[in-house]
Design a binder for this molecule. Structure first.
Ligand code: ATP
Ligand code: MG
Ligand code: MG
Length: 353
């Protein structure tokens, strides 16, 4: 186990970590370190082992990840809120290691395997409900995930369409924020881009981007850099309202002294014009409920965005709850109900704040 210069723990197949975990195969590798499939020789179980790079910054961030995962498993002892279960953690040769339940493929790889065709709305609704359950728990605990994206949403290993949220390596408590520049660019909220105090709603913005991408197969806002990222959002949402821009400490990066958006031509020669891209076209869907759901996730104003609880009541989501009831075997009284497929709960009224 010699460390290479990048401070990764060198893992060879069938090596042992901490004299207990036999490494089988690499599942993921990133700036943080690596995730490997491993056999726990104490229990015989197959687990996922996240081995963090032996560098102060990564070690510190992973220590926060452990703290948050530990708090979540204590608040959710039955582990039924779709948060990846942390089994254990330890330090081995100066590397922080986190032992997780083994999950399956992530939703980015699943989309890729599907030739970027996108999934049907029934399946995406199931994914959305599972993610919202996780976000509800996070909201109760005042935790922001800060990196919600398809790569961090994993199918359960045997669970068909059941998913769990992973990678709390960027997460923080809402009242203990450390970083100002967070989230992966395509899923980054306007308040983070613009330099406005942020909170839990940044995860709902990412969720809107994720469900859109799952449907079309491509990122909703694929900015090549942060300026184009905001241009992408403006292309759909129009320019931000004045009260948002007034708070933006990074406004000068994106707008000139007259307040006009700095225009930019991307590598494909495309210039994005604010308000020129209809959500319907962007989402390649005419499902009114789906369009409205995404629109209420990607609002400029974080205060107007749906909370996870409100999102659970949104017709696009609650429709599914109605249908699910019909599918229950023996549920003959509701099976033929004339309200089948009709939303039972009206959309939440937009906040007037
Ligand atoms: P970086 O931020 O540097 O990209 P990371 O912090 O994103 O790294 P994770 O997201 O936790 O690291 O893990 C990276 C990848 O490893 C995931 O996208 C997923 O494909 C795989 N992975 C993580 N946890 C598990 C697990 N419990 N079971 C199976 N695969 C996993
Ligand atoms: Mg990740
Ligand atoms: Mg990460």
């Amino acid at each position: 186990f010699d460390d290479d210069s990048g401070a990764y723990l060198k893992v060879v197949t069938n090596d042992h970590v901490a004299y207990r975990y036999e490494t089988l195969e690499t599942l993921g590798r990133g700036s943080f370190g690596q995730v490997v499939r491993a056999r726990d020789h104490k229990t015989g179980n197959i687990v996922a082992l996240k081995i963090i790079r032996n560098r102060k910054r990564f070690h510190h961030q992973a220590a926060v990840e452990v703290k948050i995962l530990d708090a979540l498993r204590r608040k959710d002892p039955a582990n039924d809120n779709n948060v990846v279960h942390m089994i254990d953690f330890f330090t081995f040769r100066n590397h922080l290691c986190i032992v997780f339940e083994l999950l399956g493929i992530n939703l980015y790889d699943l989309t890729k395997r599907n030739n970027f065709q996108g999934f049907n709305l029934q399946l995406i609704r199931k994914f959305a409900i599972s993610i919202l359950k996780c976000l509800k728990l996070l909201r109760r605990e005042g935790i922001i995930h800060c990196d919600l994206k398809p790569e961090n949403i994993l199918l359960r290993s045997k669970g068909h369409s059941a998913i769990k949220v992973v990678d709390f390596g960027s997460s923080c408590y809402e009242n203990q924020k450390v970083y100002t520049y967070i989230q992966s660019r395509f899923y980054r909220s306007p308040e983070v881009i613009l330099g406005i105090p942020y909170g839990l709603p940044i995860d709902m913005f990412s969720l809107g981007c994720v469900v859109a991408e799952l449907h079309t197969g491509y990122p909703l806002f694929p900015g090549e850099n942060e300026v184009e990222q905001l241009n992408c959002i403006m292309e759909v949402n129009g320019v931000p309202p004045k009260h948002i821009l007034d708070q933006a400490t990074r406004r000068r990066v994106f707008f000139d002294s007259k307040g006009n958006p700095r225009s930019l031509t991307n590598s494909k020669g495309k210039r994005r014009v604010p308000g020129s891209r209809q959500l319907e076209a962007a989402l390649k869907s005419d499902d009114k409920n789906f369009l409205d759901f995404v629109a209420r996730c990607i609002e400029w104003d974080a205060e107007r965005r749906m909370t996870p609880e409100e999102a659970m009541q949104h017709p696009w989501i609650s429709e599914r709850a109605v249908e699910a009831r019909f599918r229950q075997p023996g549920d003959v009284t509701t099976r033929f109900s004339p309200t089948a497929g009709v939303p039972v709960v009206p959309p939440p009224a937009p906040s007037t704040k």
